[in-house]
Design a protein around this ligand. Structure first.
Ligand code: AMP
Ligand code: ZN
Ligand code: FE
Ligand code: FE
Length: 287
């Protein structure tokens, strides 16, 4: 039994609908999937219904953009309550920032004599949590770039002319936000950060896990992060980070996380809940 715990739908920058992804997961024989759209949980209700229909276990989640010591990092928020008021308020703020960032990126492209319109990008995005991939798609559709890669390389990558930095919550605040919403905080694709020195501080802030298995991790980096997770007492997760097709094939299911890791996530949550319920006197050591 396997799971894929990192998937995006068209509620952020993925191309599949929740129903399409759940259908594919069913065809692949996955036991469980999580939806990790950027800065939103809006797709979770439909994904949950579609997973129930396909006989799959569903884990509500999101991927939050956070920051520590100037490094951008992505925190996966598993099992959060998708109606938690503080979580929803903070996500609303992230979404407004994303929308105005699209306007700024388009303004920069216009200064470079690329007559792209923000409305065209927002129409392609058609969601509350738009991002750079939507600008890249608009550049390709408008004939300004021949591929998404070219759009990122020429304009959208960090420090390229149309790149606009994004407001980021501190990782410490993000971990607290995830915890108060009843979730587990997991650092996404740590090999892409190449900054293992930040992990100890995240653990002190309450980090619960590391995404050891990811499309962009090699077998060596996966093994390295499994070792680190064990050393630090962290949970282990993994997923494909599917945004749709990759080289003509859907990426979902290409990273197969053994289901026992999902059980460990649920065990950790159950232990936290029972600790929260325990009367203070029961937690005190008798001395
Ligand atoms: P944003 O959240 O708007 O900063 O966009 C980040 C997203 O852009 C990531 O989650 C990836 O899906 C995508 N992305 C980042 N770099 C590239 C790239 N070089 N080519 C294609 N997609 C990319
Ligand atoms: Zn993305
Ligand atoms: Fe990410
Ligand atoms: Fe992702």
């Amino acid at each position: 039994m396997f799971a894929d715990l990192h998937l995006h739908t068209n509620f952020s920058d993925g191309t599949y609908t929740p129903e399409e992804l759940a259908g594919r997961a069913g065809e692949l024989g996955l036991a469980a999937i999580a939806l990790t759209d950027h800065d939103t949980v809006e797709g979770c209700a439909r994904m949950s219904a579609a997973c129930a229909h396909a006989g799959l276990e569903f884990i509500p989640a999101s991927e939050l953009t956070a920051e520590v010591d100037g490094n951008e990092l992505h925190l996966l928020a598993y099992f959060v309550d998708t109606r938690n008021p503080r979580l929803l308020a903070q996500m609303g703020r992230f979404q407004r920032v994303r929308q105005s960032r699209i306007q700024e990126m388009v303004a920069r492209l216009n200064q470079l004599d690329i007559p792209l319109q923000a409305d065209a990008v927002l129409a392609i995005a058609n969601c509350r949590s738009p991002g750079r991939p939507h600008v890249a798609r608009a550049l390709v559709m408008g004939g300004f770039c021949s591929s998404m890669d070219e759009a990122f390389e020429r304009f959208l990558k960090k420090n390229r002319p149309a790149w606009v930095p994004k407001f980021k919550i501190s990782a410490i605040e993000a971990i607290e936000l995830i915890h108060q919403a009843g979730g587990l905080a997991v650092m996404a694709h740590p090999a892409l950060n190449r900054a293992d020195e930040i992990i100890a501080g995240l653990v002190r802030a309450g980090l619960d896990g590391l995404e050891c298995f990811h499309t962009k991790h090699t077998p060596t980096t996966s093994e390295h992060y499994v070792g680190l997770a064990k050393e630090l007492g962290l949970l282990i997760t993994g997923g494909s980070d599917c945004h749709g097709l990759n080289k003509g094939k859907p990426l979902i299911g290409t990273v197969k996380l053994p289901y026992e890791y999902v059980e460990q996530l649920k065990g950790a949550l159950a232990r936290r809940k029972s600790n929260d319920r325990a009367p203070r006197s029961a937690l005190r050591t008798s001395s």
